[in-house]
Design a protein around this ligand. Structure first.
Ligand SMILES: Nc1ncnc2c1ncn2[C@@H]1O[C@H](COP(=O)(O)OP(=O)(O)OP(=O)(O)O)[C@@H](O)[C@H]1O
Length: 594
């Protein structure tokens, strides 16, 4: 198991004689510790070989025609499903899971079959169980040696260890397979071939820029990085250049200036706020490098590097949406294996200027709840979130605004019927077929959400916006019109239940390319906040904040904007390390406050 291996990598100094160690990039040559040692080792190897297999002991490089036999009656490839396109590269004997095995390496897999004694009739057992490991799933090969306490080099060669990735639902884990053989020559040949194959996987990163937010959630992000992530990067020979952020905006300023071409990806260890800051920074940097004027309606260029998201926040919506699970090792394995998923991004602009790039925005209840929670930063995260939800519900009031949206072109999709989830065409859309026509509605809204990704989280396992996909080039617009508090609460509760949260007459959803929200009332802090003697935490006070502004929740970050906000979707603007998932496998967590 990896946990124990990782421990052994970390705790170099505390090994006992019996403990085995995986040596970083140790060449597989015999340790030159004098003739006596050599003789002893040779004798030991001979004995081991005798035990394992009386006849075939030396690995063979397969040429065009594999040698006819390795032992009496055993033909190479006899029981291996090796096709002509998957020719054996090398073949030999290893002990795997305490069984002597006939092992074949091809360009794509490693195949082993336990060696069993022949029957008295001379026939080999037809039930020999062949197993294999896809090399695409292997991310490291190391030489395994036994060393005594304090010994830094050398040690008794035990064989090779393969580190590979296994999947259980959306969860990825690291596993080891030991190939035991005491012959240095044998292991050296296999090590070299395996290394050559692994080095050929070009999509796997070799150097990463890593940002860790030490203040995320329970302030455990750095420890999590050190314990769960860094040892795996080290095993996979990935160089990580780590910045532990010191303040809000730190990652953004580093990204604006650092030499990105030195890296194969950027990784963020933190919550949604940190992810949004780094994604914004990566995209802003791409626009700067491409000479785009972000103070106009521009067509953005794609981010130059893929982004890895290691969840360490309290909601982790982006990590959930792209991995289907909030699991740091899964996120790390996606990065190491080079899995990539294109993801749509929104741009948020006000008064013609880019405010930021992001994945989701909420106005009304979502914005006001966050604004109130931010004013109570001194409270523990869960407590202040629940407090803010209850207080905002108690003072529930609709926003008077003009909502305009540009539906997704007919060829791409259309408005999604709130209850059935099927694509439906409204009268207006049919009239404007072929042309791009904005639709507008003026009225009172309790909440308006615009989401480019499904926004999976523990409280909404199907997502806050289940009708959109990570990469379908559209955003979900969910508008909640004015209604009673009890009906609104019913709608909120549906997010964690199996029932459709949109099957209410006051809820509408649309698949859109762009949305404009223009508040018509006078903005300001929620009424209830002014009643309290709120102590401000200058570190968390939003950049724009004063009366007359409207709170928006953009990826969990509070932005207070003075006027109309334009949200546009940009298909597949960033590449995230991960794989597309439809919904989480975890049991939904109900909000205890409603
Ligand atoms: N050293 C720091 N001190 C204060 N704030 C920081 C620091 N480093 C980063 N930040 C900011 O903290 C904000 C919140 O962090 P983050 O989203 O990682 O945690 P969270 O709020 O606990 O998680 P979630 O968003 O999932 O609820 C981010 O906007 C980030 O820019």
């Amino acid at each position: 198991m990896f946990e124990s291996t990782r421990k052994s990598v970390n705790v170099l100094s505390s090994r006992s004689e019996s403990q085995e160690e995986l040596n970083e990039m140790q060449p597989v040559f015999p340790v030159s510790s004098g003739n006596r040692d050599k003789k002893k080792k040779k004798k030991k190897q001979q004995q081991q070989h005798k035990r394992e297999n009386r006849s075939a002991s030396v690995p063979q490089i397969c040429t065009e025609e594999p040698p006819a036999t390795v032992s009496e009656g055993k033909r190479i490839g006899e029981k291996c499903t090796v096709t002509s396109t998957d020719e054996p590269i090398v073949r030999g004997i290893f002990q795997i899971e305490k069984k002597s095995c006939d092992v074949v390496l091809t360009a794509t897999r490693i195949i082993w079959t336990p060696i069993q004694p022949e029957t008295p009739t001379g026939q080999s057992d037809i039930h020999r169980q062949e197993q294999h490991l896809e090399l695409r799933e292997v991310f490291a090969v190391k030489v395994k040696r036994r060393r005594s306490i304090g010994q830094q080099t050398g040690g008794t060669l035990l064989g090779l260890t393969l580190f590979h990735c296994v999947r259980k639902g959306p969860k990825l884990k690291d596993r080891v397979t030991h190939l035991s053989n005491l012959s240095a020559d044998h292991c050296e040949i296999w090590f070299k071939h395996l290394k050559d194959i692994l080095n050929g996987y070009q999509d796997r990163p070799k150097a990463l820029k890593v940002f860790v937010n030490p203040t995320s959630h329970r302030k455990e992000a750095y420890q999590l990085y050190k314990d769960d992530v860094a040892p795996l990067f080290k095993l996979a020979d990935i160089k990580a250049d780590v910045t532990v952020t010191e303040r809000k905006g730190h990652a953004l300023s580093v990204l604006k200036e650092c030499k990105l071409d030195e890296y194969d990806g950027v990784v963020v260890v933190g919550g949604d706020g940190s992810v949004a800051e780094v994604a914004h920074g990566l995209l802003l940097r791409a626009q700067m490098d491409a000479g785009r004027d972000t103070d106009s309606i521009f067509t953005p260029v794609r981010a130059s590097l893929p982004l890895g998201v290691i969840p360490a926040g309290s909601t982790d919506i982006v990590a959930y949406s792209v991995h289907g699970i909030r699991h740091p090792v899964t996120a790390t394995m996606h990065i190491i294996m080079g899995h990539r998923q294109a993801v749509d991004v929104c741009s948020f602009s006000s008064l013609g200027r880019l405010v930021r790039f992001g994945f989701s925005g909420m106005f009304g209840f979502g914005g006001r709840t966050l604004a109130l929670a931010e004013k109570h930063r001194w409270m523990p995260p869960h407590q202040r979130r629940e407090f803010a939800v209850i207080k905002t519900l108690a003072n529930l009031k609709p926003e008077d605004c003009e909502l305009s949206f540009l539906p997704l072109k007919q060829a791409q999709g259309g408005a999604v019927h709130p209850t059935s989830g099927e694509t439906a065409r409204s009268v207006n859309e049919e009239a404007s077929e072929g042309s791009e026509a904005w639709q507008s509605v003026q009225g009172l809204f309790l909440n308006i959400s615009v989401m480019a990704i499904p926004c999976l989280c523990s409280m909404a396992p199907r997502g806050l916006a289940p009708n959109t996909r990570l990469d379908n080039g559209s955003m979900a617009l969910i508008s909640v019109g004015n209604t009673s508090r009890s009906e609104f609460i019913k709608h909120l509760k549906r997010y964690s239940s199996v029932k459709n949260q949109f099957s209410f007459s006051f809820v509408e959803t649309h698949s859109v390319q762009a949305v404009k929200v223009r508040p018509l009332s006078r903005g300001g802090w929620p009424d209830d906040a002014s009643e309290e003697n709120v102590e401000f935490d200058s570190k968390h006070t939003p950049i724009i904040s004063s009366e007359g502004n409207f709170p928006w929740n953009i990826d969990g970050d509070l932005l207070e904007l003075p006027s109309e906000l334009l949200v546009r979707v940009h298909p597949q603007l960033v590449m995230l390390f991960g794989a597309n998932v439809e919904e989480t496998e975890e049991a939904p967590v109900k909000c205890s406050c409603i």
